[in-house]
Design a protein around this ligand. Structure first.
Ligand code: GAL
Length: 689
C-alpha cells in the first residue's frame, strides 16, 4: 500500500520493536512467561518472532503435534497489542527426523555425511525434508493464518550452506543440463575443461567442487554457486507453497546475513536473486561496536553501506530482524555497547531504511551455547538493568517515529555490487591473492559520499541504471556482454560512469575476453587497459592528479589512450608519466576510469569534482565535523533527517534555520551540539524545506 510516497512492507503502521522470542524454552515456567508479557509492555516492545527453532516442541514425535502452547502465546501477545512474526521451523530439525530419514543430513564438500546436531544443516534437495517442512508449514498456516496477531512469515532462519550428497549431485547435473540445453560440449567449452585434460564425456562424471576432487575449474565453481543459490531458493519456494495458498495477504521474508566484521554482503548466496522471491527484505546485523581496529565512524560507514545494499535490493524499507541490545557471544571479545550506542546504532538502521529494531533475543536462555548472548531480559529477570533500560529507551523513541514508517530514501548516486563477480574474483588466481578486497573497495568509494551526506543506493546489475546521475562500478572483473551493453547505453543516454582497474576481464562463464578489452568498453572509455601491475605492500608509487600527488597500492593499470583524456599520471616505475586516470565523453554521457587503487584523499578530491559537475547535494545543507553522519528518509511531503554523532567527542552542527525535533517536538536551533553518540531526528515538511 502506498500513501504520500510511502511503502508499507507490513500491515503495521508503527515501527516494529521486539525480537526472537523462544517461549518453547520456558514452557515449564509459567511465571517466566507471565513476566515476559509484563516486560514486553514495559520495554515498548510490540513484535516477536516466534517458533524459529521450535520444531521439536511443535512435533515431538512424527505426526504428533502440540500447538496449545503456541495458541497461548498468540493469544497473550495479541492481548497486549503485539504482533507475531511466525517462523517456519526448518532451520533446525528434531532428532527423530534425522534418525528416521538420514537423507535429510547434509554431506560436506569432503563427502562426509554429517551427524544430527547443530542447525542450518539440512539437505536442500531431500524430498523427505521438503515434504516434512511443507507439512508443518501447512499446519501452522491453517492454525494461525487468520489470527489477528500474525504480521508476517519468517521462513526458516539464515539460509546458508551447501550439501554434496548424491541427490544434490543429481540435481546439480539436471540444473547443468537445463542451463546448457543438454549440450555437454557447450559445457566443456564454457568451463574450459580441456585444461589439464578435464573434459567430461558424460554428465555423470560431473561432481560438485571438492578439496578431494575438482576445485580448479572456475566455470564449475561459478555454476555450483549459482546452483546452490537456486537450490536454496527452490527449497524456500517449496516451504512457502501452503503459506501462499492459505495466507496470501501475509508478507513473507527470510533473514539475510552479512559478514560481521567487515559488514560486507553474505557471500554464499546471491541475494539479488533471492530478493525477487521475498515480499520484504530483512537482515541480521551484528557490528562489533567499540572494537580496537577501527574508529566508530569507520564502522558506521560500513553499516551504512550494507544497509544501502539490502534496502536497494527491493528499493523499499526493510526490517532489521536481529541485532543485539548489548553484546553477542561469538566475537573474540564480546564487548557491551557503551551508553548511547544502542539508541544511536538503532537509529542508524532506521535512517538507512529499516522499519524495525528487532533483537536476538528477547530472553537469555539458561543453557547451551547462547546463554551469554545479549538479550532484552537477562538472567536477573529484571527491568532495572542498563540493557533493559536502553532497550526501553529505543522502544519509546520508536513510538515517536511512526510517521517515518514506510518512507524511503532517494539517491542520485549508485554503486554496483555483483555477487557473481564477488565469487569469480575470489576464485581468480592472479592479481594479489589477498588484496582483491572487492566489497571493501566498494566501501572505499561509498565512504566519500557518506562523509558528505550524499545518499547512495548500492545496486545490482539487473537494476535500472538510468535512475542515477552517477554510477560507480569498481572492480567489475566479471562483466557479461549484456552488462557491458547496459553500461554503454547508460552512458550514451547521459549517465556518468566510473569504473576501475580489474574490470571487464571475464564473461559470465569466467572466460577471459580475447583480443583486448571488450570493444564496447573501449567505446565508452576511449582507452584500453593494457596491463595490470600488482604491487607488494612495500612498493611505493604515486599518481599525480589536479596538481596533487596521491599514493597508490596493490594495483596499477597501464593504459593506452585512444580518444580519452588523461587526468592523472603515474609518477614512478616503468609506467611513470603514463595515464592512470582518464575521462571520456561518450554520446550524451561521460566515463571515468581509475586505473590504480588510490587512497581516501584521492576519492574525496575526485568525487568532489563530480559532485560539483553533477550538482549532487547532501540531504541537507549542514556543517559538521568528521564522524557525524546525516541521512534522510523521505516521502512526498516530509524529510526526516537523522543527524548522528559517531564519535566519542561533542560535535557542533550548523543547519540553515531552526527546525523541529521529531522525538522531543522541541525546536532545534540552527547551531546545536551533539553529545558523544547522540542522535537527533529533524523534521522538514515541504513547507519549510
Ligand atoms: C544469528 C542467528 C540467531 C542467533 C544469533 C546470535 O545468526 O540467526 O539464531 O544465533 O545469530 O548472534
Amino acid at each position: 500500500m502506498s500513501i504520500h510516497g510511502k511503502t508499507f512492507v507490513t500491515k503495521a503502521k508503527h515501527m516494529l520493536h521486539g525480537g526472537d522470542y523462544n517461549p518453547d524454552q520456558w514452557l515449564d515456567r509459567p511465571d517466566i512467561l507471565a513476566d515476559d508479557l509484563h516486560l514486553m509492555k514495559l520495554s515498548h516492545s510490540n513484535t516477536f518472532s516466534v517458533g524459529i527453532f521450535a520444531w521439536s516442541t511443535l512435533e515431538p514425535k512424527e505426526g504428533v503435534y502440540h500447538f496449545e502452547w503456541l495458541d497461548d502465546i498468540f493469544e497473550n501477545i495479541h492481548k497486549i497489542g503485539g504482533n507475531i512474526i511466525l517462523a517456519t521451523p526448518s532451520g533446525a530439525r528434531p532428532a527423530w527426523l534425522s534418525q528416521k530419514y538420514p537423507e535429510v543430513l547434509r554431506v560436506d564438500e569432503n563427502r562426509v555425511k554429517q551427524l544430527h546436531g547443530g542447525r542450518h544443516n539440512h539437505c536442500f534437495t531431500s524430498e523427505v525434508y521438503r515434504k516434512k517442512t511443507q507439512q508443518i508449514n501447512r499446519l501452522l498456516a491453517k492454525r494461525y493464518g487468520n489470527h489477528p496477531a500474525l504480521l508476517m512469515w519468517h521462513i526458516s532462519n539464515e539460509y546458508s550452506g551447501e550439501c554434496h550428497c548424491e541427490k544434490c549431485q543429481e540435481a546439480f547435473r539436471d540444473w547443468l543440463k537445463s542451463t546448457y540445453n543438454n549440450d555437454l560440449d557447450a559445457l566443456n567449452k564454457a568451463w574450459w575443461t580441456s585444461f589439464w585434460s578435464h573434459t567430461y564425456t558424460d554428465w555423470s562424471q560431473i561432481e560438485s567442487p571438492s578439496p578431494i576432487g575438482e576445485k580448479g575449474v572456475h566455470g564449475l565453481n561459478l555454476d555450483w554457486r549459482r546452483f546452490v543459490t537456486d537450490q536454496t531458493i527452490s527449497f524456500f519456494e517449496n516451504e512457502i507453497v501452503p503459506l501462499k495458498e492459505l495466507t496470501p495477504e501475509i508478507p513473507i521474508t527470510t533473514n539475510f546475513m552479512a559478514d560481521t566484521f567487515d559488514l560486507i554482503p553474505f557471500q554464499a548466496l546471491d541475494y539479488s536473486k533471492f530478493a525477487k522471491h521475498l515480499d520484504v527484505i530483512s537482515w541480521d546485523a551484528y557490528p562489533a561496536w567499540h572494537n580496537d581496529w577501527e574508529s566508530t565512524a569507520d564502522l558506521a560507514m560500513k553499516v551504512g553501506f550494507i544497509n544501502d545494499l539490502y534496502r536497494s535490493l527491493k528499493q523499499q524499507p526493510f526490517l532489521l530482524m536481529e541485532s543485539t541490545p548489548s553484546k553477542v557471544n561469538w566475537h573474540d571479545v564480546n564487548k557491551a555497547k557503551r551508553p548511547g550506542m544502542h539508541l544511536l546504532s538503532s537509529m542508524q538502521m532506521i535512517a538507512h531504511g529499516s522499519d524495525s529494531i528487532l533483537y536476538f533475543q528477547w530472553r537469555k536462555s539458561r543453557g547451551s551455547s547462547e546463554k551469554f548472548h545479549g538479550a532484552v531480559v537477562d538472567h536477573d529477570n529484571s527491568p532495572n538493568n542498563r540493557v533493559f533500560q536502553d532497550v526501553s529507551e529505543v522502544g519509546g523513541t520508536l513510538e515517536k517515529l511512526a510517521p517515518v514508517v514506510g518512507t524511503n530514501r532517494t539517491s542520485e548516486v549508485a554503486i554496483l555490487f555483483d555477487w557473481e563477480n564477488h565469487w569469480a574474483l575470489g576464485d581468480a588466481q592472479g592479481f594479489g591473492m589477498k588484496s582483491k578486497r572487492y566489497p571493501q573497495t566498494l566501501q572505499q568509494h561509498y565512504r566519500t559520499f557518506w562523509e558528505r551526506d550524499i545518499p547512495v543506493d548500492v545496486i545490482t546489475k539487473e537494476q535500472n541504471f538510468s535512475a542515477y546521475r552517477l554510477l560507480i562500478v569498481p572492480m567489475l572483473y566479471l562483466a557479461s556482454e549484456e552488462t557491458i551493453a547496459r553500461l554503454k547505453s547508460y552512458v550514451a543516454h547521459g549517465g556518468t560512469l566510473v569504473m576501475t582497474y580489474i574490470s571487464g576481464i571475464v564473461n559470465e562463464h569466467d572466460l577471459t575476453y580475447t583480443g583486448g578489452w571488450p570493444k564496447d568498453l573501449q567505446d565508452i572509455f576511449g582507452m584500453r587497459p593494457l596491463e595490470t601491475d600488482t604491487l607488494y605492500p612495500s612498493d611505493r608509487n604515486y599518481v599525480t592528479y589536479q596538481d596533487k600527488t596521491y599514493p597508490i597500492k596493490d594495483y596499477a593499470t597501464i593504459i593506452e589512450l585512444e580518444s580519452a583524456q588523461a587526468e592523472g599520471f603515474y609518477k614512478e616505475d616503468f609506467y611513470a608519466k603514463l595515464p592512470a586516470v582518464t575521462s571520456h565523453s561518450y554520446k550524451g554521457g561521460k566515463a571515468y576510469y581509475i586505473g590504480a587503487r588510490l587512497d581516501d584523499e584521492f576519492h574525496r578530491d575526485f568525487y568532489s569534482r563530480l559532485m560539483t559537475d553533477l550538482s549532487l547535494t547532501s540531504v541537507l545543507p549542514v556543517n559538521h565535523g568528521p564522524g557525524v553522519s546525516v541521512q534522510a528518509r523521505r516521502d512526498t511531503v516530509t524529510d526526516y533527517v537523522f543527524v548522528m554523532n559517531f564519535t566519542e567527542e561533542k560535535q557542533t552542527v550548523t543547519i540553515q534555520s531552526e527546525v523541529q525535533d521529531l522525538v522531543t517536538k522541541e525546536n532545534v536551533p540552527a547551531e546545536f551540539t551533539l553529545k558523544p553518540y547522540e542522535v537527533k531526528i529533524l523534521v522538514y515538511s515541504k513547507s519549510n524545506k
